[in-house]
Design a protein around this ligand. Structure first.
Ligand SMILES: NC(=O)c1ccc[n+]([C@@H]2O[C@H](COP(=O)([O-])OP(=O)(O)OC[C@H]3O[C@@H](n4cnc5c(N)ncnc54)[C@H](O)[C@@H]3O)[C@@H](O)[C@H]2O)c1
Length: 485
């Protein structure tokens, strides 16, 4: 059977689509209906080798181009992505199940932003000059070499671009392995980069399960690994990369707090809590899934939230009126249902949702628990689904201590009209991205990444350049060489 969404082949290596049907079957399922929409294959070791070899071969010439030349290609790719936004968004919706209403504004557009931003920065890369009397030192900012990118399933286009754009801007080449759950979109990124003039071999895509990722990470040709995924995978990938002393960026999971004080705008706080828990059906790493609401407004908050939940519109995710999609897979739905059952067993009060939604596909209701306590499983573990936990608190000190009492440190938010408190509070939060009076905004200009178990390194912002390049120091002598004998 052929599907409209079937790509030309499973992999994109050295500038062309490549297939090897002897690789393990990798079916692609549309989460809204459970139907198969493409048949792909995991890369065989021979294909992984071919992709790495293509990236290795292409790297010196790519790095030798000027930053302006590299940047021009990335910026052209950004323009193509924007021009094809609707088609790419529809594919993202089919790949992930996220409603088109979201994908039209958050995926190819965010990928294009990254390509444009790092395309612009490419021309500005430089070292420094340090005068030492008549001698001097200069530093050269150099590429790392061949990089491996490994993606999670929730933002397949964005993740590919957030990794490829800074990596390529700095003169690295990349082999990218998308999540086996959402493998389609990264192939489009590769196609578009080629169309924009990217030399063959600079950006390659290979499909596969964890073992393909593991093979890439341990290969000697690889200088840098950037993973977006869960903490358990991050532990394995970081350890494997350490064997080869490779640089890493780890964008991992979270259990982020959203703290709402009595003086906050209730309507805005409810909006932020909705965005922080139900956007992308809760499948966002930075979600504020522990919502701490100060005692004075908690009942009002829950009442208004219940009202607002009436406007949830499920249905065909390709209908732009739909604002809530299915879970990405049957397995992920079962995981989330397991957490909901645990929440009930451990005594949290279910105030909304909790069950499946009608229809084919992997639908689940937006779910809210109140009276959640810090020791409960749903308060401690990342659920990665549409499950909000609401906690009470009395004082700022208490909220801070409880917000930070987690192994994670990806993100956090605070809602208050007291400007001094807002800044005091975020200064003490142990989280890589904090928001004051909003939640989950991640523009490409702002560094993004985790503290504690949530990760290592930063994506986006100028600082990403530090994580995708290395410095060489050159000492230049101008006088005689002194020696002891
Ligand atoms: N911090 C961020 O930027 C960010 C963004 C999105 C998702 N996430 C996190 O991702 C997780 C959800 O995504 P997921 O379920 O796809 O994560 P996952 O950890 O199961 O898989 C991530 C990727 O790693 C690959 N992989 C698995 N085992 C591997 C191994 N041993 N070696 C190399 N690669 C391996 C998978 O095939 C997949 O491509 C959540 O924890 C979420 O918080 C983080």
């Amino acid at each position: 059977m052929t599907y409209p969404t079937q790509p030309e082949a499973s992999h994109f290596i050295d500038g062309q689509y490549v297939e090897d049907a002897s690789g393990a079957a990798l079916p692609v399922i549309y989460p809204a209906t459970g139907e198969k929409i493409a048949d792909l294959h995991a890369a065989t070791p021979a294909l992984v080798d071919r992709a790495l070899e293509a990236a290795r071969r292409a790297q010196p010439a790519w790095a030798a181009m000027t930053g302006t030349e590299r940047g021009r290609i990335l910026r052209r790719a950004a323009d193509i992505m924007r021009a094809r936004n609707r088609e790419l968004s529809e594919l993202e919706t089919r790949d992930t199940g996220k409603p088109l209403q979201e994908t039209l504004v958050a995926d190819a557009t965010s990928g294009a932003d990254a390509l444009e931003y790092f395309g612009g920065l490419a021309a500005t890369l430089s070292g420094e000059h340090i005068q030492l009397g008549e001698d001097f030192v200069y530093t050269r900012r150099e590429a790392l070499g061949v990089a491996v990118g490994i993606g999670a399933w929730n933002y397949p286009t964005q993740i590919a671009c957030w990794k490829a754009a800074p990596a390529l801007a700095c003169g690295n080449t990349m082999v990218f392995k998308p999540s086996e759950t959402t493998p389609l979109c990264a192939l489009k990124v590769a196609e578009i980069l080629k169309k924009a003039g990217l030399p063959d071999g600079v950006f390659n895509v290979v499909q596969g399960y964890g073992e393909v990722g593991a093979g890439l990470v341990s290969d000697d040709r690889v200088a840098k690994v950037s993973l977006t995924g869960s903490v358990p995978t991050g532990r394995k990938v970081y350890a494997a990369a350490a064997e080869g002393m490779k640089s890493v960026t780890m964008e991992l999971g979270g259990k982020s707090p959203l703290v709402i004080f009595d003086d906050a705008s209730l309507e805005d706080a409810v909006s932020a809590a909705i965005n922080a828990n139900f956007y992308s059906t809760g499948q966002i790493c930075s979600n504020g899934t522990r919502v701490f609401v100060q005692d004075g407004i908690r009942e009002a908050f829950l009442a208004r939230l219940a009202e607002r939940l009436k406007a949830v519109k499920t249905g065909d995710p390709l209908d732009e009126a739909t604002n809530f999609g299915p879970m990405v897979s049957e397995r992920q739905r079962e995981i989330v249902e397991g957490f909901i059952a645990k929440g009930q067993q451990e005594g949290a009060r279910l105030v909304a949702g909790g069950g499946r939604l009608e229809g084919e596909g992997f639908w689940i209701e937006p779910t809210v628990f109140a009276d959640v306590e810090d020791h409960m499983t749903i308060a401690r573990e990342e659920i990665f689904g549409p499950v909000m936990s609401v906690f009470g608190f009395a004082t700022e000190e208490e909220a801070l201590e409880r917000a930070n009492a987690t192994i994670y440190g990806l993100s956090a938010g605070v809602f208050t009209r007291d400007i001094a408190r807002a800044h005091r509070f975020v200064a003490a939060l142990q989280a890589g991205s904090c928001w004051i009076n909003t939640y989950n905004l991640t523009p490409v200009e702002a560094p993004f990444g985790g503290m504690k178990m949530s990760g290592v390194g930063r994506e986006n912002g100028r600082v990403a350049i530090e994580h995708w390049s290395q410095l060489k120091t050159v000492y230049v002598a101008t006088g005689a060489v002194e020696a002891p004998f």
